[in-house]
Design a protein around this ligand. Structure first.
Ligand code: UD1
Length: 363
């Protein structure tokens, strides 16, 4: 494995679709790169399927860190990433999004004097009870290059003292992946495979604030059960939520289909054909914005307000789910006139070009 390369660090499901277009664009410039998978996510359905479908190269290293408490997982990430960076001596480390793997990689890199590029910098929910908010803020502070997906992120970074020359508005690599795969998204095929026809909703829920406490899980199960009275619901269930949602008497039925997590193409095919989506994911707020599918986000805040101002997203609480869904089904949704700026499928090449020119000036 070559030393002195650009090292991409991925670990959890939402990293894979962000890294794919950046890796492809860097490959087309002929720059040396390595892919390190931390193993934060390790199930075939949470990880392997994305490598196959998104044509990602196999990781050069898989650190096999796995699950644990935040402290245990982050500590294991720090130790194994330090070993990897000492061996590989990357010229720059590229981290994606707000997961524990990204913060750990940035922390190791800064101590070893390796420059850091953060893709999807500057997003803020201003809610420090979210583990991701701590990860975002700390990763940005440590990063030499902040690649920003949304204009308001520039202001957040500037207010936190990040110098202008470190901030680059490049568009959204997750949307690069979506646009590149649009022709493969077939709602009829997935509907037939899953036995879903007519109008349906898709739900995904995994945030600690929604599924970790029995009370929150019970509120959510009630809201989803009520929603399924209005419209059939398909719930591909992240492994994190399953035990608590089942303990809260999540009962699968013909109208509330509980299935295993889906791969990229199947999931977005299902979303494309849905009348509405209910989620607490960050990325799905963005993907529904581009697919123009109404999105109800079960959270009190979002680090992606552009999906509300320029997209289909709305924040709701569990009690508001059925009324909001009813309003959508009655046709009250109005799409904004403009999509978010630069969500045009070219973020990967923009990031690659900036990295190449920074590496050239580093000599
Ligand atoms: C992580 C990210 C979150 C992201 C989400 C996408 C952090 C802090 N959180 O949350 O931002 O939205 O990924 O999925 O990094 N598990 C499995 N198999 C797997 C992975 C996880 O069974 O392949 C189970 C384990 O019980 C594990 C739990 O899910 O303890 C949580 O996994 P973890 O990576 O800690 O956090 P996520 O909730 O997945």
């Amino acid at each position: 494995m070559s030393t002195g390369a650009i090292a991409h660090i991925v670990g959890a499901r939402p990293n894979f679709m962000k890294a794919a277009p950046v890796i492809r664009a860097i490959a087309s410039l002929g720059l040396p790169q390595v892919l390190i998978h931390t193993g934060q996510h390790y199930d075939a359905g949470m990880s392997d399927v994305f490598f196959t479908e998104l044509d990602l190269p196999s990781p050069d290293l898989n650190l096999g860190v796995g699950s644990g408490s935040h402290a245990a997982q982050t500590a294991a990430l720090l130790v194994t990433l330090e070993r990897a960076f000492l061996e590989l001596k990357p010229r720059v480390v590229v981290v994606y999004g707000d997961v524990n793997s990204s913060l750990a990689a940035a922390l190791v890199a800064v101590k070893l004097g390796i420059p850091i590029a953060h893709v999807e910098a500057g997003l803020r929910s201003f809610d420090m009870t979210m583990p991701e908010e701590a990860n975002r803020r700390l990763t940005d502070v440590l990063s030499d290059l902040c690649f920003v997906t949304s204009p308001e992120a520039i202001g957040h970074l500037a207010r936190e003292g990040v110098a202008d020359e470190r901030i680059h508005l490049v568009g959204n690599p997750m949307i690069d992946t979506l646009l590149a795969n649009l022709d493969r998204l077939d709602p009829v095929r997935i509907g037939t495979e899953l036995g879903v026809s007519g109008m349906y909703a898709v739900a995904t829920l995994h945030r600690p604030s929604n599924v970790d406490s029995p009370e929150d899980a019970a509120r959510l199960v009630q809201a989803l059960t009520d929603l399924s009275g209005l419209i059939p619901v398909v719930l591909p269930l992240h492994p994190r939520g399953r035990p608590n949602l089942e303990a809260a008497k999540l009962v699968a039925s013909d109208r509330l289909r509980v299935i295993e997590p889906l791969g990229y193409i199947d999931f977005l095919s299902l979303v494309r054909g849905a009348a509405l989506v209910v989620t607490d994911s960050g990325g799905i707020q963005e993907e529904t914005t581009i697919l123009e599918v109404p999105c109800l986000t079960l959270r009190p805040n979002t680090e992606r307000p552009i999906t509300i101002s320029h997209g289909t997203n709305r924040l709701i609480d569990p009690a508001g789910l059925v009324p909001a869904a009813r309003a959508i089904l009655e046709g009250s949704t109005i799409l904004p006139a403009e999509r978010p700026p630069l969500w045009d499928g070219r973020a990967g090449p923009r990031i690659a070009a900036i990295l190449a020119s920074e590496l050239a000036t580093m000599g």
